[in-house]
Design a protein around this ligand. Sequence first.
Ligand code: CP3
Length: 339
Amino acid sequence: MLQAVNGEKTDRPPFWLMRQAGRYLPEYRATRAEAGSFLDLCYSPKLAEEVTLQPLRRYDMDAAILFADILLIPDALGQPLAYKEGEGPVLDPIRSESDLKSLSLDNLHTRLAPVYETVDRLSGSIPDHCTLIGFAGAPWTVATYMVEGRGSKDYVNIKKWMYSDPAGFSKLIDILVETTVEYLTKQVEAGAEIIQIFDTWAGVLPDNEFNTWVIQPTKRIVDSLRQRFPGLPIIGFPKGVGGNLDAFVKGTGVSAVSLDTGVSLDWAAATIQPQVTVQGNLDPILLVTGGQAMVDRIHHIHQTLKNGPFIFNLGHGIIPQTPPENVALLAETVKGLKN
Ligand code: CP3
């Protein structure tokens, strides 16, 4: 995994899967029930360590990803957050510069200390061949939840604020850049070897705004982390941005990009892979489907990307309806590939 993310050739592509820990696994549902709430699970180092290790025991992935959530930052800044059954995350929305007064950096590391402890525990408990990935949400995507108060279809509130008062909105982004750098610094100090930055909703922005609210904040995070940890591998995941991936790679300085399911593989091989490692991009619904259709697509992705640095993954996270035996077939198939 470390060789591939650093641009080197490997015998077969290393693999891990976004959301590899989660509700598709019965043992996850049991630990989640033991924890009580999802937030309690994220803030209980022993239980968070346990759910991180669960998929590795079944499928022996090449990387483990810290079990946490991108919305722990708003939570630690003091914005009330709950995960509601069937609804996803719900927050008290922040909609203007004056609302920013309700956020405070004072308790950031106290609230997030259990996450650092989870990383520390994992760095001792994952298998030797396995690499530990830490992560955070990108400022834009985290801001969408903070401003909309939940998942959104049209992003009306955040875009209205961004378009009408860019100076005020940039103060929220600045807070998120600063706290994300501090949060990820602690994760690396605790043992995270690679960092992934999730920008799930990057694709809803027009071109010019994409530079301001996705590329520039990500670049600031990458630059600050590399100042502290020279050579730190960082994977970006700006989902749904199509050809703008090229500008993202050139503008941010990430070591690798995760390709969403819609990215053209031939284009990525020709344009992105000569610059950085690529990761991706099996449709998570093919993992629900399984069988020959999934196996054929795994081979096709591998054929197209195997001549450059490549990490096998999905184009987005595993969904709860995924049969665990399909993940076993994926793991077996990927371990049989030869570069
Ligand atoms: O990948 C992993 O195994 C590590 C853990 C992880 C979670 N969330 C656990 C989780 C990671 C890396 C994330 C990232 C995350 N969280 C993103 C970016 C990646 C993506 O999927 O787009 C986003 C947008 C979030 C915010 C979030 N968290 C939403 C919208 C939801 C609700 C949707 C859902 O699946 O329920 C969550 C909850 C969440 N985060 C769950 C898990 C396992 C499900 C909670 C439960 O157990 O009920």
